[in-house]
Design a protein around this ligand. Sequence first.
Ligand SMILES: [Zn+2]
Length: 282
Amino acid sequence: MLNKLSNSIYYLPNQDERERPTLGVICGDNYSLVIDAGNSVKHAREFIAEVEDLNVPPIKYLVITHAHWDHFLGMNEFDATIIVNTLTNQLIKDWVNLSFDDVSLQSYVEENKMSSLCMEVIKNEIPKRESFKLKNTDISFEKSLTIDLGNKICLIDRVRSTHTDDSTIVFVPNEKVLFLGDSAYGTTKNKLFHYDQDMLLPMMEDIKKYDAKDYLLGHESICDLEEMNVYWDELILANQATQSKSIESALERFKINNKREPNENELFFIKAFVNNQILKSQ
Ligand SMILES: [Zn+2]
């Protein structure tokens, strides 16, 4: 079910058990803009059917926040101009030539081009996949793009991020709503979940400059400004404490700095920063 955030913004919440990220729709007087295409044909179709029931202006634009499969594999279903940043465009091009039959999928998984989770979703949620070919995106931008949907301005910006190098956000100034995609998350490399410490403060600088009150993340329920600030503060404290591959010294430093033990989130972030130190030393 779509959730209504305001008279002009709706979103379909993430479904973690099905690897489905949050999808959003922003409606102006003339057109609507969708954020992220869904992880599959079925996900996209379910979303489009719900948007059609709203009787809002037609979907003219689709913004894909980054080139992770769960955010773009549904894009063929949209009769819309697909907007991405230049790096996302390059990365999605690698998927345009892929085939989706059993043998091909298995070989991609073995070559580490695709996760087995992605393969499972494709098998279950892309009908007629033997003939499925992902289409190309339409418009790519370098840093930012502004779109007026009819008395509804959307700012589409590429931001620095600890999740990917190709993260795009969508901000609606007159609603103070910020669609973040996965940009505020960490990422996994060599099976180590981590946050890039060098990118943390630049990312926060980029994201905090938007005067937002509601934040939509790819795999989270909606957050308000206060919750986002708690998230940033916990990340900062965990980051300040973690300066080596040793979790013990990070915990020690955290206690000295803050005169308390880290909470559950901070502990999670400390482990992720330790993983970052491990990856840096490899
Ligand atoms: Zn992602």
